[in-house]
Each structure stands twice: as C-alpha cells, then as structure tokens.
Design a protein around this ligand. Structure first.
Ligand code: ADP
Ligand code: MG
Length: 238
C-alpha cells in the first residue's frame, strides 16, 4: 500500500500550462523528493495528488485505483504544508486530535492514537500546552502529528522546513528520516534545499517549467546530470 502512479498529469490555469504531462511511478515506502525553481509547478502537482486541485488531463492512480474523482479524505493521503496553521486556542493534544474528531472517533481511540503519534514525535510532555508556548520545531512536529494520526499510506510535504532556522532544519531532517523508517509510509517531499534533497531522498525528481527534467538517485543526478539545468540544480559543478 502507498504505491502512486502519475500518468501524463497535466494542469492548466486558463491558457497557462503549469504541469505539462508528468508521468512518474513512486514505489511503496519510497522517499521521493521533488526539487525545482519557484513556480515550476511543485505545489500544484502535490495539490492534485492530494485532491485539493483537479487535473486538467491525465490520471492519478493509488494502489491500482484511479483517484481523480475521489475526495481528498478518501485517498489515504496526508499533506503537511510550509505554513502549518495550528489552532492557537487549542492544546497540542486537541490540535493533533482534530482530524480524528472530524471523523467522529470515540474518545478512547482518540486518546490512543494521539498518544501514539505524540510518542513517535517526542511530544508526550507537551500535550497540554498551547502552540504559542512551543518552539518552531515543536510546532512543526505538531503539524506532522496531525498528519500521522490518520495513519495515511502516503505523506505529502510541501517545503515543511523552510520557515525554520538552519540548525532546526538539520534536526528535523534527521527526525523526518527516522519517521519515514519507523512508519514505512510513502513520502513525497518538496524542497528547494539541495542538502535536504541529497540527504533524504531515495530518488529525486527535478522539475523544470512543469515537466520532469530528470529522475534518479541523488548520486546518479549528482554525477550524471542529463541537462545543464539539472547540473545547475543538483549536479557536480565540475
Ligand atoms: P511551485 O510550488 O513550484 O513554486 P506552483 O505550483 O505554486 O509552483 O505554481 C506554478 C505556477 O502556477 C506559477 O506560475 C503560479 O503562479 C501558477 N498558479 C498556481 N496556482 C494557481 C491558480 N490557482 N491560478 C492561476 N495560476 C496559478
Ligand atoms: Mg510551492
């Protein structure tokens, strides 16, 4: 579970083509990183996978099922954004519990699931605090907690660390890698940080102006970039 296939996925806004026939197979449990300059269509692609945006053409297939017309909540996907809007008046517990409350889960189950998520993210002793009392890294962990309580097969991260300072980003990179190993879920991770891409990815997808310039393992892209564009982004500058 957690296999994702994009089949000539296309998105136009009016007459402007933003995603231009992207085809890609993401293996179950893979950590796939999307990189590319601002405006190349990374967020639009993630939003289509999550079901927050319709495709103009092409198919999105999850575990063999075409999900183009499926509601976001039914896709088994959780998305974590850069601006992780936590509810300031709610405790950490209630912020993480929120998606479960929406689903109408019984209180005992909510406690179990929030407790398990808090343990994974080392937030057990923060559960009764408000987000305003937490560090940036802790707040980001709460946002991730809200994603993992629903036990999705696929996680989508849209530049989740870009609001954090460099030291915190380095810590969170390690935490996310640990989380990935622990959960075994498929993760698609958008970043414009080359270090994140090189250290976290099983494979990197380089996007350029709405299409895939190259897909490969980090060292493969680094040593054998196929275009100057890829070389400029990831490649060895020799
Ligand atoms: P990235 O995340 O790679 O920076 P985006 O996917 O956010 O890129 O945006 C890709 C392009 O699509 C940009 O030119 C952006 O202005 C345009 N775009 C994104 N959303 C919309 C929208 N709702 N309406 C019109 N244009 C949009
Ligand atoms: Mg974006």
């Amino acid at each position: 579970m957690g296999q994702l296939s994009l089949q000539t996925v296309t998105k136009s806004f009016g007459t402007i083509d933003v995603v231009k026939g992207v085809s890609l197979d993401v293996v179950e449990g893979e950590f796939m990183v999307f990189v590319g300059p601002s405006g190349c269509g990374k967020s639009t692609l993630l939003r289509m996978i999550a079901g927050l945006e319709h495709t103009t053409a092409g198919d999105i297939v999850i575990d063999g099922v075409r999900v183009n017309d499926m509601a976001p909540v039914d896709r088994g996907i959780a998305m974590v954004f850069q601006s992780y809007a936590l509810y300031p008046h709610m405790t950490v517990f209630e912020n993480i519990a929120f998606p479960l409350r929406v689903e109408g889960l019984a209180e005992a189950q909510v406690r179990d699931k929030v407790g398990a998520a808090a343990r994974i993210l080392h937030l057990e002793d923060r559960l009764q605090q408000k987000p305003g009392n937490l560090s940036g890294g802790q707040r980001q962990r709460v946002a991730i907690g809200r994603a993992i309580v629903r036990a999705p097969e696929i996680f989508l991260f849209d530049e989740p660390l870009s609001n954090l300072d460099a030291a915190l980003r380095a810590d969170m990179r390690i935490e996310l890698t640990r989380l990935h190993k622990q959960l075994g879920a498929t993760m698609i991770y958008v970043t414009h940080d080359q270090i994140e891409a090189m250290t976290m990815a099983d494979r990197i997808v380089v996007l350029h102006d709405g299409y895939i310039a190259q897909v490969g393992a980090p060292l493969e892209l680094y040593h054998t970039p196929q275009t100057l564009f890829v070389a400029g982004f990831i490649g060895n500058p020799r």
